[in-house]
Write a protein that binds this ligand. Sequence first.
Ligand SMILES: NC(=O)c1ccc[n+]([C@@H]2O[C@H](COP(=O)([O-])OP(=O)(O)OC[C@H]3O[C@@H](n4cnc5c(N)ncnc54)[C@H](OP(=O)(O)O)[C@@H]3O)[C@@H](O)[C@H]2O)c1
Length: 283
Amino acid sequence: MILITGSNGMVGSYFKEEFQDEELLLTDIDTLDIRNYGKVFSTISNLKPKFVINLAAETDVDKCETEIDHAFHTNVIGTSNVALACQANDIIMVHISTAGVFDGEKHDSYTEFDAPNPQNIYGKTKFEADKVVMQTLKRYYIFRPGWMIGGKEKDKKFVAKIIKLIQKGQTNLNVVNDKFGSPTYAKELVRGIKEIIKTGYFGLYHMTNKGTCSRYEVAQEIVNFLKKDVKITPISSAAYPLPALRVRSEAMRNYKLDLLGLNNMSNWQDALHDYLSSWIGSC
Ligand SMILES: NC(=O)c1ccc[n+]([C@@H]2O[C@H](COP(=O)([O-])OP(=O)(O)OC[C@H]3O[C@@H](n4cnc5c(N)ncnc54)[C@H](OP(=O)(O)O)[C@@H]3O)[C@@H](O)[C@H]2O)c1
């Protein structure tokens, strides 16, 4: 049996489909709040799952910036609670990190061998959580996705925001062209996690779709897919100040998976089309 925390979000929405042959215990904040050490410890100790996959996190980057205690409590203490319970029961933990741990100054894609240097609270909490997992456990997997795409009605991120604006009838959109990243289709991420956790090759892996792009390019690709007459105008992020700093580049490559011959992620445009077909295509 595999226990999953935070399963009611974007990534969690693909587990039933991708882990059909496994018995899953899908929990969320109402059934297993990872901030509650007693509950986390007793649940893991009683069930003794084969893996605990920790998806639970506060992922709203701007909320993390304004509710700092909440961000550290959820993302660091919560992760620590899960890691300690896994340690006490000798259970393999699977944890999800983020491209947001890097400072964005690198002009090439970040690999697993680049040092994190987070620039906002979300990134700091996620980096602290990575360290907690690495220091607490010998047997762990940490997967680092980039810009998450997926989740359909649970999608709270960039792709859903653009689609909603277009569906509302907007025909002119201003989108920043000075922030870069590596889109990561949650469905492929979950499929990749399933493959890697079978190997026993513990450690940290970047797992994004192939290629990097700007937000502007993602929006343009969405418009092309929808075949809508929508004009996307590239603008500077200076025009859109937000509570949390967005670094220049969150571009990553799956260097370790490449070296191991295990990188099965598609390129970002194919992944985005697959997602849009599965969602908009079915509406
Ligand atoms: N989404 C992204 O852009 C992105 C990018 C890179 C990495 N990641 C990482 O990927 C992992 C999965 O995130 P996601 O994309 O699926 O985000 P998501 O859609 O926000 O899902 C996170 C889930 O965690 C739940 N949660 C929050 N606090 C919790 C708590 N204390 N106890 C238990 N559950 C709690 C949330 O419930 P509520 O909705 O009720 O709060 C939500 O269902 C996270 O580690 C995240 O940091 C995400």
